[in-house]
Design a protein around this ligand. Structure first.
Ligand code: CMX
Length: 435
């Protein structure tokens, strides 16, 4: 499948010249300023990263290489006319910056199927962890243990010229993405199906194979997972999982190290873990109210109670977005088309009515609207994937598409080690006192 790599190089190498020109000729150009408020609220809005794969507009949501989610659902190749786009096509778009032909997408499917072999020691590492270690601990550890396979690391040790770093990074990235469904499914079957594992079927597409290996082999689940993998794949460069992977990668750590680290960021409750927290929180609510069909008043009271306890309402709010997340809207549209009268989906829709006005009235919450995690769990659950402590692993399989495509770009540009400055609190106090 060399032609995908060649096509990437052909397209992306033009960007190297642009990158070098900007660096050389416009290095002194001021592109923003940093306030003490930004330093104290997580550096939001400070331009400091280069990420070509996607861009997040606060009032519109994500665009992948310029395309919105509805545009991609229409334009990316699918297996069936009424199906969802294949994540392989999205990866092509993120990496190369152009919409793929159907042939390209099928070729990536085949390429990943041939790269999907997971060495035995990775399964041994998973099996050595206690059963009660979280699925994300197992996922990150498994990825880390695969660093034995890093082609980039071997080439680096052998003294390869830095202008070729991107090439071996590409190979690692393709191998890693290809293997993630097998690892995720292994953890799922280990934890929730007595370790009765299911072998991959190389004829299936990447997401379809994941559904198959998890033991949810219906066309409906495959369709859902294809959508899931597309919409969770990338969210520009500053989110915790993307930024962590980029940061670790900037030390020329191999892609396995970088992505394993990124997954530990995704495992945090303010980021990807929210997708399981949402379901947990809804079940806590229904349990406490002792009903599957609460009234709006009951839900509102429970939301107020959560806030009064100093907890966050999971699935709501965002560091950048200021509107309903289009990834939420895409999943809602999917549910409206395919799911009829499911009580969990109904509660999620009810929360969409009840929660935003309450969060909006708090005053300090910048975005009262739902994010991607508010919907995803209810879809998985209603399709029979009920083990919600596993859900963040699915997010992690998908996020590889964007983050690792970016890592190849990082190496092609030759981005340097990342090293922002830190100062004592007194330095900021002195700055604040300056006229
Ligand atoms: N419920 C309660 N309080 C919330 C809130 C929510 N859903 N969202 C924000 N707030 C609070 C913050 O905790 C913060 O409180 P303090 O000032 O007391 O510390 C205040 O409102 C201001 O926060 P913000 O600027 O609006 O939001 P941040 O950029 O700091 O945080 C996020 C963004 C997503 C972490 C936050 O909205 C949140 O915790 N949401 C719930 C968890 C969640 O759904 N995370 C998933 C995000 C998507 C993803 O990455 O997967």
């Amino acid at each position: 499948m060399e032609y995908i790599k060649n096509r990437f190089y052909e397209k992306a190498s033009k960007c190297i010249a642009e990158y070098n020109k900007l660096k050389k000729e416009h290095g002194d150009k001021v592109v923003g300023e940093v306030t003490i408020g930004q330093v104290m609220t997580g550096m939001k809005g400070v331009p400091s990263l280069i990420t070509d794969t996607s861009k997040l507009d606060p009032n519109e949501g994500i665009r992948f290489r310029g395309y919105t989610i509805p545009e991609l659902r229409e334009k990316l190749p699918r297996l069936q006319e009424d199906g969802e786009p294949l994540p392989e096509g999205l990866f092509y778009l993120l990496l190369i910056g152009e919409l793929p032909e159907r042939e390209d997408v099928l070729n990536i499917s085949k390429d990943w199927a041939t790269r999907a072999y997971v060495p035995q020691h990775v399964f041994d590492v998973i099996d050595a962890l206690p059963k009660n270690s979280k699925p994300m601990t197992q996922f990150s550890a498994a990825i880390l243990s695969m660093a034995t396979e890093s082609i980039f690391q071997k080439a680096y040790r052998a003294g390869v010229n830095k202008k070729y770093y991107w090439d071996t990074t590409y190979e690692d990235v393709m191998n890693l993405i290809a293997r993630l469904p097998r690892i995720a499914a292994y953890i799922y079957r280990r934890n929730f199906h007595n370790g009765e594992h299911i072998e991959p079927d190389p004829r299936l597409d990447w997401a379809g194979n994941l559904a198959h290996m998890m033991g949810h082999d219906s066309n409906e689940v495959k369709r859902l997972l294809r959508l899931y993998m597309v919409i969770h794949s990338d969210h520009e460069g500053g989110n915790v999982s993307a930024h962590t992977s980029h940061l670790v990668g900037s030390a020329l750590s191999n892609p396995y190290y970088a992505y394993s680290a990124g997954m530990l960021g995704l495992a945090g409750p303010l980021h990807g873990y929210a997708n399981q927290d949402v379901i947990h929180w809804i079940f806590e609510m229904l349990n406490e109210l002792d009903t599957k069909t609460p009234t709006n008043e009951q839900v509102a009271e429970y939301v107020q109670k959560t806030l009064a306890q100093g907890r966050v309402v999971p699935g709501y709010g965002h560091a950048v977005l200021r509107v309903t997340d289009p990834r939420f809207t895409a999943q809602k549209a999917f549910a409206e088309k395919y799911i009829h009268d499911n009580h969990l989906v109904n509660v999620v829709n009810q929360l969409y009515e009840v929660v935003p006005p309450i969060l909006g009235s708090v005053g300090k919450i910048k975005n009262p609207w739902p994010n991607v995690d508010a919907y995803s769990g209810s879809l998985l659950y209603s399709y029979g994937i009920k083990e919600y402590t596993f859900y963040t692993v699915l997010f992690g399989v998908s996020r590889a598409l964007g983050v690792l495509a970016s890592l190849v770009m990082d190496r092609l540009y030759g981005l340097p080690i990342e090293r922002p400055s830190s100062f004592e609190l007194s330095w900021y106090k002195d700055k604040a006192a300056e006229k």
